[in-house]
Design a binder for this molecule. Sequence first.
Ligand SMILES: *[C@@H]1O[C@H](CO)[C@@H](O)[C@H](O)[C@H]1NC(C)=O
Length: 458
Amino acid sequence: MPRVNRTAVLSLLIVSSCVFLLFQLHYYRKYVTKQQGGPLLSPVHHLTNRAVQWQVLKKFLALAHHFHLPLFLADTLALSLLSQHALRQRDRVVQEPQCSVLCTDRPVLAFGVHASSWESTPEFVAAAQTKGFELLELRGKDPRLSSLDTLSGEEIPLHFLFRLDGYIIHVVFLYERSGNYLWHGPLRLRADMDRTFAPFSLLDYGRYAGAYDRPELILTVLDRLDVRVPRNITHFLVQQRDARFLECRFHEARHFLQLYPDDSSAAALDFRRKARTLLRVTTQTLGLLHIPFWISSGTCLGWFRQCGVISYSQDVDIGIFISDFRPDIVGAFREAGLSLKHKFGKVEDSLELSFLSQDVKLDIFFFYEDGDVVWNGGTQAKSGRKFKYTFPRFSLCWAELLELKVRVPCETQDYVVANYGSTWSVPLKNWDWKSSPSNVQENGEWPRGQWAELIQVY
Ligand SMILES: *[C@@H]1O[C@H](CO)[C@@H](O)[C@H](O)[C@H]1NC(C)=O
């Protein structure tokens, strides 16, 4: 019996210590590991961040709502998420986490606001500060007041950055410009400003000034918050990519016009008026066909040098990439009331179209991309001689000319210098397109048998 008892006691002891050991192991796994490893698991961490971000947004949007401030979502990342989101939701219903569109992985969210609606809510900033938001205000000269006559330019708000709990809400101020478009200024930090206030390199807006068509907005609910968004998000994002705007160089232009005063004769004024009409019709016609164009040759020189048109040039010059050519261009301009004056070359080589509107000529040069240069062709009708004008590659920017929003090569000076040489700033009335340009080259002749097709003069 005692022997049995001893075995039983021993077994009991072994079993109970095993149970205790298991219990310890279980306890360790269940509580201790979780306490140490829990916060390091990314989904938990993520949700916490998003919850904070969402609270900041909620606070800010509630303030905007209270002050009737019509902010609209302009953040490229959130808008792309939103458009993908809309597509996904069409396919299946997904269990959405807390804040899936407005809380991006960036600690920044951008909103646009029409400057005029901001001006009517001066209490907004103080109210935001009361709620704990810190503010960095970036102001700049009002370009609508700078012109050839005055360069004073009052300071206007351009970008406001509101910061709370490590999140930045970037408010971009949009101003109406006379060419019927919206403009925002560049974001430039003054020397005395805090460079660590925000991750400036992550901002969508402010590297350059930008120009936009007025977006149509709709009010919607995103992540349980009321938010205005552009109705056509794709369209807005496409515009955002190519929105860079160049201000005319008023200071240099004024200097130029002091040296070479503008022609104010009736004929010159008449040309300016007609050139403006022609440029407006061109913008509308090519806009309907979705063909981008830029002002070229003398028209580009006029903008760059004197913020206007060169009245003795008597024509308007534009460039179009040949990849954007569409055969219905001619028909579209005819419908707009212009007559085709000549057509030189062919789509594969040196295409050039010329239209007449009243007595002002519109020259359309098609540009061909070739390695690190682009070129356009010229044709002398009476001899069939071909010419080639070569430019360094360029990208396109918006600019304003004669109160119209037009594109110019962003690298405008390189473009102008290529065409007119280093003396571009000196007016030259005796200009010969076959010999004067710095970048002209002889390029052979069209075969006589093809003249009827390649040299059409009306
Ligand atoms: C939205 O914009 C895109 C790009 O500009 C355009 O292709 C599309 O037709 C537009 N959609 C609507 C519904 O207007």
